[in-house]
Design a protein around this ligand. Structure first.
Ligand code: SF4
Ligand code: SF4
Length: 177
């Protein structure tokens, strides 16, 4: 039969010698390869004790932003959810009441805001779509967990610390310190 390429190798079907039948030589060869790796640089790291540096454009967990007065910026317009290709964002809007002006920047706010990190592909389109600078992707990777529910991040998990109450935690979350 004519070969399509000249890369085919002819299989050696010679009967095995006595040494080959003992497999000792092959075992020694295999052990030599294994032991030779002891002296090579390891490509793996001891995660989570050691962590690899991430790329400067890495996108991690979402943060719901506040303004400088500590008010929630999100107005529950739904544009982030609409832009999300993975349908990972869910929210419920609520009307701001009189006396809540110090809590919410706009007249409408997100009473519920959830991101399903198992769906999210960390594309950053929600951040791009937001007209209020209310959501951004931080440099913190989503930590591993054992249950599916734990990957659904609620508003309480996503909200940035209040800069008027916890200025240091706010700066840290913003990557300013
Ligand atoms: S980063 Fe992308 S996939 Fe994740 S919630 Fe935002 S738009 Fe959706
Ligand atoms: S995070 Fe931004 S885009 Fe999403 S609902 Fe809130 S204001 Fe709208």
């Amino acid at each position: 039969m004519q070969a399509l390429t000249n890369r085919a190798k002819v299989v050696d079907r010679k009967p095995m010698t006595f040494i080959e039948r003992l497999y000792l030589w092959n075992i020694l060869k295999g052990m030599f390869i294994t032991f030779s790796h002891i002296f090579k640089k390891r490509p793996t790291i001891n995660y989570p004790e050691k962590k690899r540096p991430f790329s400067p454009v890495f996108r991690g967990l979402h943060v719901l932003n506040r303004d400088e007065e500590g008010r929630e910026r999100c107005t529950a317009c739904g544009l982030c959810a609409l832009a999300c290709p993975a349908e990972a964002i869910t929210m419920e809007a609520a009307e701001r009441k009189i006396g809540e002006e110090h809590l919410y920047r706009e007249e409408k706010y997100a009473a519920r805001y959830e991101v399903n990190m198992l769906r999210c592909i960390f594309c950053g389109l929600c951040e791009e779509a937001c007209p209020k600078d209310a959501v951004y992707l931080s440099e913190t990777p989503a930590p591993p967990n054992f249950t599916r529910e734990s990957f659904i991040y609620k508003k309480e998990d996503l909200l940035i610390p209040d800069p008027t109450k916890e200025p240091e935690a706010f700066k840290k979350a913003k990557g300013l310190s």
